[in-house]
Design a protein around this ligand. Structure first.
Ligand code: XMP
Length: 311
């Protein structure tokens, strides 16, 4: 694939398909949706409205950071605060697939409203090949897959979906990102799942539990991502408690798992060989800075048999 030619072809295709209509772009700040947004902006300019849904499941400071990156590219991003809606839809859900479906429901409900308000006929999203392969294969319900599993977005939600990257794998998307001039921090951005930190909380997703895994994620990013630049590294909050000891007394504290993997395209992955000193420091920081946590463990499983995310 020649990334420049691919980009030009997609810009033309988007322009032809959309005609005089409007697009709404579902930007998350990941490389996939960022590339789509820039391609569509080149195709139809300000006839596209770009929204970033703040679902309350993002990493620390992420909505504002993404908005700023796009402001620097002269693309206006509107942040839609839907935190309450997402937490309400996830309330009481324990089963991983129920959580994914609840997330998808909230996602498309918020979008439906935004699309209706903006009179757009198209929803642009950064679906890539593995999302389709894994959803169709029954591995997991990706939030952004509808048509491929028989849900007609036109009938169900009232708009058409544009997915210019659906044949590509991650390394190719990164090539296109570079070819169309996206900054390095986007082109090389670590993948982050659509359901955000909800994919990293086992058991019920509540604002408090998300807050806890968010704090642990900041520490993982400082201690593993910065020095080692793995394909992905993150923290996961377990649903069970582990026995700990505090001031001579037993306490049942939270359990955090650290996952760091090396991969080319996320279809297979190997655990990162993180030096012991880093792991040890990470554990000390998490248990000191997040007193609710009494245990930290490092995950050693490859994909397969495990997936990268926990739900
Ligand atoms: P798994 O957990 O299936 O993840 O090994 C493979 C890659 O996909 C990311 N991921 C998602 N991305 N929506 C997305 O946009 C999702 O629902 C989703 N689930 C997983 C994951 O972070 C990894 O890079």
């Amino acid at each position: 694939m020649d990334a420049k030619i691919f980009a030009e072809e997609k810009i033309t295709e988007i322009r032809e398909e959309v005609g005089k209509d409007k697009i709404i772009s579902a930007l998350s700040g990941g490389v996939d949706s960022s590339v789509c947004t820039v391609l569509a902006h080149k195709a139809i300019g300000d006839r596209m409205k770009v929204i970033f849904i703040d679902d309350g499941l993002m990493r620390e400071g992420e909505p504002q950071e993404v908005q700023q990156i796009f402001t620097d590219l002269n693309i206006t991003v509107e942040i839609v605060d839907a935190r309450e809606e997402f937490f309400t839809s996830l309330q009481g859900k324990i089963d991983p697939e129920d959580k994914r479906k609840a997330f998808r429901n909230a996602f498309y409900t918020v979008f439906k409203r935004e699309v209706l308000n903006s009179e757009a006929k198209f929803l642009l999203q950064g679906t890539i090949a593995p999302d389709i392969i894994e959803t169709k294969g029954g591995v997991k319900t990706q939030h952004n897959i509808l048509e491929q599993i028989g849900i007609d977005p036109q009938k169900g939600y009232g708009y058409k979906v544009l997915e210019p990257l659906k044949e590509l794998f991650k390394p190719e998307v990164r090539e296109v990102a570079v070819a169309i001039g996206l900054p390095e921090e986007i082109a090389q951005r670590m993948p982050f799942p659509g359901p955000g930190l909800a994919a990293r909380v086992i058991g019920e997703v509540t604002p408090e539990r998300i807050g806890l895994v968010r704090k642990a994620t900041v520490i993982v990013e400082e201690e593993i991502v910065l020095p080692l630049n793995p394909f992905q590294a993150f923290a996961v909050l377990m649903s069970d408690k582990g026995t700990g000891v505090e001031e001579g007394k037993r306490k049942f504290g939270d359990i955090i798992i650290i996952r760091s993997v090396e991969s080319m395209d996320a279809m297979t992955a190997e655990p990162t060989q993180v030096p012991w000193e880093i792991l040890f420091k990470l554990c000390k920081r998490i248990t000191t800075e997040i007193p609710e946590v009494s245990r930290v463990a490092y995950e050693l499983t490859s994909k397969p048999p495990a997936t990268i995310e926990y739900i």
